[in-house]
Ligand binder design. Structure first.
Ligand SMILES: *Cc1c(COP(=O)(O)O)cnc(C)c1O
Ligand SMILES: [Zn+2]
Length: 429
């Protein structure tokens, strides 16, 4: 299909060209490699109007993704809703707010299904039948599920201390999960050695250049769902710092292809205060980040102390005129609850980080109340329920009798009950 649309790989630091192979760094300077497309050939091959006939999945944009043939893994990934968020907008004091909701991505409820669909389809093209990853949880879930459906063997390494739901949501698919006593960065280093020694296709190690491209589909979808235009602000959670750069790359490509009119946009990055190497660098005006040795945050999915794409994330933020902020554990949990209460969306801790940071940027005047804003919600709250321990009102337990319910409604307990029944129990001033 698109064999001639990808020229090969290219070093992001020195620009040296490499063939299309399962490699991820430049032998000259250890810079990360990136897929190099022939955009003129792409423009000749596909027009924007051609997309209308295709299903609303990430593969609608297949000419801009690095496969040689048809996708063979994750064919139904992407096509998540872009929702207007009027009640949340009101709470934040802004007028035009959207949520790109990858908390409902198929099949494992996070944006990682996008990167895995590309990486495992590419792994098949390269002839790997054993795949895997280093993960903070969501990538583990997605590699496990998609590998199972594709009949591939998966070895998955995670830090020992991740959420229970993310462990079960990996082993249930029959993946070989290994919990490593250490930080994500230590897991990542181990996986680099494993990929080298055993010759497996590890999606975010030796397949990383292809893997990372999958994130662009989130950006394409946002632009198309806005009616083929770009928002003024996007707020993106950052772990390894890849997604944020790929959303920017997607917007650049769409302008280059003439599929959207050029318009200024700012890309903002969000991290947890307990692991904020990138936002700290942005706030201090540094060109590169300083690694965080021992991340400590409830946002475990974002807890990467030494982000592989930190340098590039900082550059994208700076070049687009964006900013970065970080949120404490209590701000994260409160924001998870705010998003759920106002828009009916239960996001994971990373979503709490994104919303809490958006709120700060609005308060700081970096995003003004009339601007159009897209929040990237990347994971599902059912996977990180522990984060809400002690934050939500506990549900009262009553005997099955009407007078017990009446008493409850009249009692002070009812003042903390959901809004719908609150009017019946007027607060005494
Ligand atoms: C992996 C992940 C991210 C960010 O990923 P990058 O490594 O920065 O591309 C954001 N949100 C969630 C929920 C994730 O799992
Ligand atoms: Zn190089």
């Amino acid at each position: 299909m698109s064999a001639t649309l990808v020229r090969g790989l290219k070093c992001r630091l020195c620009g040296k060209h490499y063939p299309k192979e399962p490699i991820n760094f430049c032998t000259e300077d250890f810079g990360p490699l990136e897929v190099d497309y022939d955009y003129e050939a792409i423009a000749r091959r596909v027009r924007r109007s051609d997309l209308q006939r295709r299903p609303f999945t990430m593969w609608r944009y297949r000419e801009l993704l690095p496969l040689d043939g048809e996708p063979t893994v994750g064919q139904f990934v992407g096509g998540t809703p872009l929702l207007p968020a009027p009640r949340l907008a009101k709470a934040l004091g802004v007028r035009r707010l959207w949520i790109k909701n990858d908390a409902v991505n198929f099949p494992t409820l996070s944006f990682k299904d996008r990167v895995v669909a590309v990486a495992l389809s590419k792994a098949r093209e390269f002839g790997f039948d054993t795949v895997g990853c280093a993960s903070t949880g969501n990538l583990a879930n997605s590699v496990a599920a998609n590998a199972a459906a594709a009949g591939m063997t998966a070895y998955i390494l995670v830090p020992a201390e991740i959420e229970q739901a993310k462990i079960i949501g990996t082993t249930v698919y029959g993946a070989r999960l290994v919990r490593v006593q250490g930080t994500y960065d230590q897991v990542n280093r181990l996986c680099t050695q494993i990929a080298f020694k055993y010759g497996w296709g590890l999606v975010n190690i030796n397949l990383r250049p292809f893997y990372a491209e999958g994130s662009k589909s989130m950006g394409y979808e946002v632009a198309e769902q806005l009616g083929w235009r770009l928002p003024q602000h996007v707020v993106v959670p950052m772990a390894g710092g890849s997604l944020i750069g790929k959303i920017h790359k997607a917007f650049q490509e769409l302008q280059q292809l003439g599929w959207v009119s050029p318009s200024p946009y700012r890309v903002h990055g969000a991290q947890a205060s307990g692991c904020a190497p990138i936002s700290t660098a942005v706030k201090n005006g540094w060109d590169s980040h300083q690694p965080v040795k021992t991340p400590q945050t409830i946002a475990r999915s974002l807890a990467i102390g030494d982000p592989a794409d930190g340098y590039f994330a900082i550059r994208v933020i700076r070049e687009t005129g964006g900013w970065a902020e970080d949120a404490s554990d209590s701000e994260i949990a409160e924001s998870m609850a705010l998003l759920a209460e106002t828009e009916g969306i239960f996001a994971e801790t990373a979503g709490g980080v994104t919303l809490a940071v958006a709120r700060k940027l609005i308060e700081q005047g970096r995003i003004s109340s009339d601007d159009e804003i897209v929040l990237c919600i990347t994971g599902n709250g059912l996977k990180t329920q522990e984060a809400l321990n002690g934050v939500l009102t506990e549900a009262p337990v009553i005997p099955p009798r009407l007078e017990e319910f009446d008493r409850l409604l009249a009692s002070r307990l009812a003042t903390s009950a959901p809004e719908s029944i609150r009017p019946l129990a007027p607060a005494t001033a």
